[in-house]
Design a protein around this ligand. Structure first.
Ligand code: CU
Length: 400
């Protein structure tokens, strides 16, 4: 009987774990806001989050070049508004935490010293860019704002910094995956730095920015599976999540005209076609519009705000804003950050959600067993089963 339950859960989980990761939560003005639970709509945190649901649990895991022209997918994964908006002071740093969907890099060397809660995992890719965009919620209310209408201004992009190198620890960890870290010599991808930092990114809200409601779009673009002709699953994988902010304590700086999400990256541009392995990292330039010059003129870890292969040159950020002092990043320490109370969806929640949305062929007994297990530790056998399934699905969708 129990084994039948497990078997059913395993099958039910399959369509639910296509996501490869998501924003776990955001620390802003000393307050931690949990991201949504995409696997279980009844989770209480879903009513309190300012992070839009970047994936439907059964939906696609990421955007590919064939999606690059889609203003909605490329904005916030097509997500509608989250219920809350969180405050951030202009000029302050906010921290954006991500989780991976599989345990591949859990407790592996070089992945930072985050004390992961049960069921939470580090981000699983180390080659690619990390970028941040911002857009006003032009209707004045981010909870209802249609992100496909947003005009995005680039705040930073960490591409491939040839003056730095990946840590030897993370390089050897990634050697255990089917996507060995490249370049083989010098060259630090923004995404590798991000993994080394514990799958966390710090973003500065522009100093002096006018008070109001804004969407911040945090974007990871993984390049480990280069475009192959005839393979519609290949190409750079774009993971982007949106956070709803109310900026306070600001000045009179207005954002310049930005770029629609579907015009950020060209479906047939240099970035879409870049092969990290055959080039060994050479010749990579950051894709998309330039970083807004008001922030790029300040101190930045960005590895270049250079050339654009954006499909829309006329709408790229041009920094034509009124004069104001450049953003001066404050050096908030991560040490003060509270550890998230976020609990990644337990397998039992996932199973319960699956049972609620799929055929009702399962027995009530099974559901109840799952629920009683959810309040305690999962049996290790079940935990392993869940992780193996997630891993298998993740690998299947990657087609390395
Ligand atoms: Cu992935």
């Amino acid at each position: 009987m129990f084994h039948l339950c497990l078997a059913f859960s395993a099958v039910a989980l399959l369509p639910l774990v296509s996501a490869h990761g998501q924003i776990k939560g955001v620390l802003a003005n000393g307050v931690y806001n949990n991201g949504p639970n995409i696997y279980y709509s009844g989770d209480a945190k879903n009513a309190e989050t300012a992070v839009r649901v970047m994936y439907k649990a059964s939906g696609p895991a990421y955007n590919l070049p064939t999606d690059f022209s889609d203003d909605s997918k490329m904005a916030c994964e097509g997500a509608s508004g989250a219920p809350k908006t969180i405050q951030a002071t202009a000029g302050s740093d906010v921290r954006i935490d991500w989780v991976g969907a599989t345990s591949e890099l859990l407790n592996k060397p070089g992945t930072g010293n985050v004390d992961w809660a049960s069921g939470e995992f580090p981000w699983v890719h180390a080659m690619g860019t990390v970028a941040t965009y911002i857009a006003p919620c032009s209707n004045g209310d981010c909870t209802t704002f249609d992100a496909s209408q947003a005009s995005w201004v680039k705040l930073q992009m960490d591409g491939l910094d040839m003056s730095q190198s990946i840590s030897s620890n993370l390089r050897s960890t990634m050697a255990g995956k089917p996507e060995p870290y490249t370049p083989s010599g010098a060259g630090l991808w923004g995404m590798a730095k991000f993994v080394e930092d514990g799958s966390q990114a710090t973003v500065t809200i522009p100093a002096g920015l006018k008070n109001g409601q804004y969407l911040v779009r945090h974007e990871l673009m993984a390049v480990h599976n280069p475009l192959k002709s005839g393979d519609s699953t290949s190409g750079p994988q774009v993971y982007n999540g949106c956070i709803q902010f109310e900026v306070i304590g600001g000045g009179n700086v207005e954002l310049p005209e930005g770029t629609k999400a579907g015009s950020l990256y060209a479906p047939n541009g240099d970035f879409a076609k870049y092969n990290v392995y055959s080039n060994n990292g050479a010749g990579f330039t950051n894709p998309g519009p330039a970083v807004w010059d008001q922030v790029s003129s300040g101190a930045s870890s960005s590895s270049g705000s250079g050339s654009s292969d954006s499909g829309s040159s006329s709408t790229s950020a041009d920094g034509s804003s009124e004069s104001a002092s450049p953003a001066s990043p404050t050096t908030t320490s991560d040490a003060s950050a509270s550890t998230s109370a976020y609990a990644y969806p337990s397998s039992s929640e996932s199973a319960a959600a699956a049972q609620n949305t799929s055929s009702s062929s399962s027995s009530g007994t099974c559901k109840q067993r799952k629920r009683s297990a959810s309040s305690k530790r999962r049996p290790s056998a079940l935990r392993m089963t869940t992780r193996n399934i997630k891993k298998a699905v993740h690998a299947r969708r990657h087609s390395h």
